[in-house]
Design a protein around this ligand. Sequence first.
Ligand code: MRU
Length: 339
Amino acid sequence: MKVIEFQGGKVVILDQTLLPNETKYIECSDIECVCEAIKSLRVRGAPAIGAAAAFGMALTAVENAGKGRGEILEALRDTKEKLKETRPTAVNLEWAVERVYRAAKASKKPDEAALKEALRIYDEAVESDNKIGEYGAELITDGDVILTHCNAGGLATCGIGTALGVIKTAARKGKKIEVFADETRPLLQGARLTAYELVNEGIPVNVITDNAAAFAMKNMGITKVVVGADRIAANGDTANKIGTYGVAVLAKEHGIPFYVAAPLSTIDRDTATGDEIPIEFRDASEIIFFNEKRVVADGAGIKSPAFDVTPHKYITGIITERGVLKPPFDKSIKQAFEK
Ligand code: MRU
């Protein structure tokens, strides 16, 4: 199942808000549609957001093909800014639009260059998932019981996934694995998407409520935690779905290794520490209503941070397409980029 595609001059997006009950694609022929799809999480997960934003740039390039070079670049700049306003935390979005813009600017035919670069970003995302899967699978042992948070699977990337890519690759190599998926309130990416992907892959998965993670670690044999990332600072501090920080602290307390799986496009070396990572706050309605029913007492305030930052001291290793980075992360991250 393709999560996103650039087809016939349109951006075709699998609407993940409807999963697991309905498989429906939307076709975006203007940038407003792509921005809406990113904002409302029809397409979500750091690498997939990056690909969606790159295709948004490609859409503008194709729309403006035939115009003068200056005009095309101006339209691309405009689109780039619109896309950057959609979701602030996953650095892949900013990284992808800047990369497409740079490629267009460096070319005599900016429209063609933008489309080519966007397609390259997509292909690279697929390829890096495969490598992350291979490196990560070496860390997994037969009989592991792995806890994950949110969805860092193929739905969140363009390939087999990052955290789930590690799990799927290990399982495909014959290792027996059981997964615990945190349901991931408020939008249930774990219950709806991670469980869906793993069931389809034939990997045993148990969904637990977010607040059952401590119980599961103490009493249900969790041996490893593997999660994805939205932005990793130069020192290894990692932003991921809200609740990840708590899971990391719990893992430390229980002596359970805590791994982050992410491509280098998720590492932001211009951000020194996690304190500088912008955190998205979501609309109150996502918490007030559950299944379209009001569940919060009228008059109560709502705070809805969508991500938190796990300090690097809780992270055992960062699984990338260039190998597993170990602490001290400031050094290993630098080395990975120099490879
Ligand atoms: O709000 P979401 O669903 O976009 O959040 C997604 C996550 O937090 C993922 O864990 C992260 O993007 C990694 S995806 C490989």
